[in-house]
Write a protein that binds this ligand. Sequence first.
Ligand SMILES: C[S@@+](CC[C@H](N)C(=O)[O-])C[C@H]1O[C@@H](n2cnc3c(N)ncnc32)[C@H](O)[C@@H]1O
Length: 306
Amino acid sequence: MSLLDSKSVIKTGVKGDLLTPMGHDGPVNNTAEPPSRNPADAPRKHEDRSRLYPRVTSFRFRRGALTSGQQRNWETLWPVLGRDLATGPDQHPEPPLDLPGWFGREAPTVLEVGSGTGISTAAMAADEPDVDVVAVEVYQPGLAQLLGLVDRGGLSNVRMIRGDAVVVLRELIAPASLTGIRVFFPDPWPKSRHHKRRFLQRGTIELMADRLIDGGVLHIATDHADYAEWIAELLATQNPDAPHVVPATTPVPISLERPTTKFEGRAEREGRDINEFVYVRPARERHTSDADTGPTDPANGSQEQE
Ligand SMILES: C[S@@+](CC[C@H](N)C(=O)[O-])C[C@H]1O[C@@H](n2cnc3c(N)ncnc32)[C@H](O)[C@@H]1O
């Protein structure tokens, strides 16, 4: 039996019954300025990472003590299932991950940004054993909880990285290597002066699109109305001639069914809509001139697409 509950949500970018307008009338009236500074703007290769620090991040470091069970999991399971992203001014870019080597098989891979306590991660991984899942989170107790869920569920298709998902995507994930990216209930950073901290920016959308295979899925869910409008505007104002992602109009290669997490449960109790965005990476165009110029790495170039 599936671990996933069915629920009604507002989904944007999915064909048929799931295609429902965003929770607002008319054009998006987002008072926020389009983001001009993006976490993915920083240099990638062969450059001192100190230029990345300090920089605006979409998270705050939260200290949290591990329970004794989590501590045990951490000591025994983390070395097998997890890895720490080396961070700090003295660190150099890490080599891309060998995903088949890490999972011990070739399989479609999904990366989840900010997996929290891993409720969705574990449930979706259990529901799709043929898909490998990389959960990225900075919060150690959340990862420790996910270790326990993976262990108890006997899941062999989950791996974890402790670190900033922007750096993970830029440095560890090769272009065109992910079948899906999930961003569920990202921190909304509601104050205007904090909007630059939001994970979803033009640069991160472009970066994620670059890491997706053609037809790969970007699946976003938020219960925060203003963040939903921000995301809708980012997606709607891409270059129409060369969008990084487009609304999904046909069945996608990974499951879109999520379990109800505490964020979603609270939103439902408080009468807030859940907005979901299901977009796909369009096919890369093969120009003969590509051979002359080489591939574009969005992590190195300008992120702005006006
Ligand atoms: C509001 S919680 C949602 C957790 C989970 N996705 C869920 O639906 O329950 C957002 C999580 O994203 C994590 N996070 C925010 N920015 C991140 C980043 N750049 N890299 C990794 N994790 C991040 C935070 O630590 C936090 O646990």
